[in-house]
Write a protein that binds this ligand. Structure first.
Ligand SMILES: Cc1cc2nc3c(=O)[nH]c(=O)nc-3n(C[C@H](O)[C@H](O)[C@H](O)COP(=O)(O)OP(=O)(O)OC[C@H]3O[C@@H](n4cnc5c(N)ncnc54)[C@H](O)[C@@H]3O)c2cc1C
Length: 381
């Protein structure tokens, strides 16, 4: 692992930081209150190459490495974790999944506009009865000559109402259990496919989450990714990389909490002095700084392994488990440093706590990350 970032990696970090501060920050509070999707921001992110960062230029992407992606995700999520998750799903679940497992025809038709940010993608694995246990796919996709006919319900789809293309995981052969699950690309607007209303969420409120329903929805067989029966492996492999993105999102929130706590502690006076002079406050800041750095090192390690084509699933799970945990802890401590002011919307730290919590839940809960890590350890990986 190289501790010196390349020029390209630093450029990606800097341009994400500039964009986040100048274009995302001014409307972040209002969008959180109104639960308003950042349509224009997402379009601009696409034009800057942030929606298909790791996709090869051949398919319209920026051709960058995972480290550049992590650095950019941290900067964006530091300002608005809702924008962070939209960027993360498009990059590490949809684009990565399509580039890795899509046919050439699917890449030409769907990956190019997704990577350029002209179209938006969603990843539909979860169902009302299939969350942590993703093998329990009740959504079916039955083969009918040149088509698959999809029936069922998906839950919690990020960008569910706003996406153009959806990677849908469904059971194509019930008799084979999880080996009978496949992945299909579904276009918005086709007959038999509808989305529910946006969920009213605790955090990442300006991102869009909803259910999807399929009623005899006819999808051409060419829209199958990888091959029949590989859908569960597809989902697990894709989520391994996705976890690096969510870890980076969590680090962004943790870093924002830390920065806010430092600033406020210097400004706020109690007993005649800034509270930053108090050792009790200084220890909180030190603990936060150490946690943020540890999370960054774990996440960059997972990213470096992925870039070196080495196994990274254990490290990605470790990075997500730890980064999400400390994001919640840092947000809580930042509120404590702010006292009563931390509990109201006037200061940003209450949003950081609401946004941080989801990172312990989606793309595999913390309990599931521990299972993944333990299995790897027991297998001697
Ligand atoms: C805002 C938001 C956005 C989301 N975006 C997407 C998306 O884009 N695409 C998508 O497919 N899904 C998405 N999800 C779904 C998310 O990935 C699931 O919510 C998550 O995987 C947990 O599943 P569940 O909610 O069914 O909880 P459950 O699986 O029912 O878990 C409930 C509790 O039991 C624990 N638990 C379950 N099994 C075990 C076990 N074996 N050992 C120990 N503890 C266990 C869990 O850790 C959790 O604490 C999103 C969810 C939210 C809230």
């Amino acid at each position: 692992m190289n501790f010196n970032f390349t020029e390209e990696q630093l450029m990606s970090q800097e341009s994400a930081r500039d964009f986040a501060q100048n274009e995302i920050a001014p409307s972040a509070v209002e969008r959180d209150i109104k639960a308003e999707f950042p349509t224009e921001i997402v379009k601009k992110l696409g034009k800057l190459g942030f929606m298909g960062m790791m996709v090869s230029p051949e398919y319209g992407g920026a051709g960058m490495d995972t480290i550049s992606y992590v650095l950019a995700m941290i900067e964006i999520s530091k300002v608005d974790a809702s924008v962070g998750v939209i960027m993360s799903v498009n990059n590490s679940l949809v684009c990565w999944g399509l580039e890795e497992y899509g046919s050439e025809a699917l890449k030409q038709k769907y990956l190019i506009p997704l990577a350029k940010g002209e179209k938006l993608g969603a990843f539909a694995l979860s169902e009302p009865e299939a969350g942590s246990d993703a093998t329990q796919q009740h959504t079916t996709a039955d083969k009918d000559r040149d088509f698959f006919i999809i029936n069922g319900i998906k839950n919690w789809t990020t960008c569910g109402t706003t996406a153009d293309f959806y990677l849908v995981i469904a059971t194509t052969d019930k008799s084979k259990g999880y080996k009978g699950i496949s992945t299909l690309l579904v276009e918005k607007g086709i007959q038999g496919f509808a989305h529910g209303k946006k969920e009213d969420k605790l955090g990442i409120r300006s991102s869009d989450t909803c259910s999807l329903t399929f009623e005899n929805c006819k999808v051409p067989k060419e829209n199958l990714l990888w091959e029949e029966g590989k859908g569960f492996n597809f989902a697990m492999n894709t989520l391994n990389g996705g976890r690096i993105g969510i870890a980076a999102q969590a680090i962004g929130i943790a870093e924002a909490s830390f920065d806010a706590a430092v600033k406020y502690s210097k400004d706020r006076k109690a007993f005649g002095n800034p509270i930053s002079n108090l050792q009790a406050i200084q220890f909180k800041l030190s603990d936060m700084a150490v946690k943020v750095d540890c999370a960054k090192l774990l996440t960059l390690k997972a990213a470096a392994l992925k870039d070196a084509d080495k196994p990274y699933y254990k490290e990605a799970a470790m990075a997500k488990l730890y980064s999400s945990k400390i994001a919640v802890e840092c947000a809580l401590e930042a509120i404590q440093v702010h006292g009563g002011y931390g509990y109201v919307r006037e200061y940003l730290v209450e949003r950081y706590l609401r946004d941080a919590k989801i990172t312990e839940i989606y793309e595999g809960t913390s309990e599931i990350q521990k299972m993944v890590i333990a299995r790897a350890l027991l297998d001697g990986k």
